[in-house]
Design a protein around this ligand. Structure first.
Ligand SMILES: CC(C)(COP(=O)(O)OP(=O)(O)OC[C@H]1O[C@@H](n2cnc3c(N)ncnc32)[C@H](O)[C@@H]1OP(=O)(O)O)[C@@H](O)C(=O)NCCC(=O)NCCS
Length: 171
């Protein structure tokens, strides 16, 4: 069965979040600034705190995707106080077996709808320039490059490009 379900994560889901986040960092180290080596050391209280809707996740939409009871994807929407006109997408990952079924598109659609409800005018993300699948996906959804290239991590030869989409005329 390949029908998928998108669920909002709460602190009670910290083990699910931990599993899917660590799987993403292990599978796709070149897609993220964080590393598996660092995140594997994180304590339960930190995983729960990241998901706290009255605290650190107050302006966030942490999502997991499940097929049956198996988590196969993750993504966050986040609005920073510094500039509430822009919503950001972070941590987007779909497990290799679940790719090309429209899961990433569904996650981005869900975060875009949430961002519009929250009054955001733009949605933004950063992508490693060598990540053809992700760059192609974002371009197909109307994201355009914005600003200079930046190092993925300190000392990395991989570069990231910020991409942004104007939500003001989005359907
Ligand atoms: C990028 C990623 C999130 C896409 O997830 P997905 O669920 O497979 O994506 P969807 O099925 O919703 O969309 C597939 C789209 O991806 C793009 N795509 C997928 N594989 C591709 C490839 N090899 N080359 C070019 N484009 C590709 C296409 O735009 C495709 O849409 P189309 O079939 O309509 O042309 C997934 O490959 C992934 O998790 N990669 C590793 C982690 C990562 O790179 N995360 C993004 C960080 S910015």
């Amino acid at each position: 069965m390949s029908e998928f379900n998108i669920k909002k994560l709460t602190p009670l889901d910290w083990l699910t979040y931990k599993a899917v986040r660590l799987a993403s960092l292990e599978d796709s180290p070149d897609s993220f600034g964080a590393t598996h080596e660092c995140e594997v050391e994180i304590l339960q209280s930190e995983w729960e705190s990241r998901l706290d809707p009255t605290g650190r996740a107050k302006n966030a939409l942490p999502l997991v995707v499940e097929i049956g009871a198996i988590p196969v994807g993750v993504a966050w929407g986040l609005i920073q106080e510094l500039d509430p006109r822009i919503a950001h997408i972070y941590q987007l990952w779909v497990s290799p077996e679940a790719r090309n079924k429209g899961i990433a598109k569904a996650l981005i659609k869900r975060i875009s709808a949430w961002s519009i409800e929250r009054g955001c005018e733009y949605i933004a993300l950063s992508v490693t320039t060598a990540n053809n699948a992700a760059v192609h996906l974002y371009q197909s959804l109307g994201f355009v490059p914005f600003g200079p290239l930046e190092e993925l991590k300190l000392g990395s030869t991989l570069m990231t490009q910020k991409m942004i989409k104007d939500l003001r005329n989005a359907a």
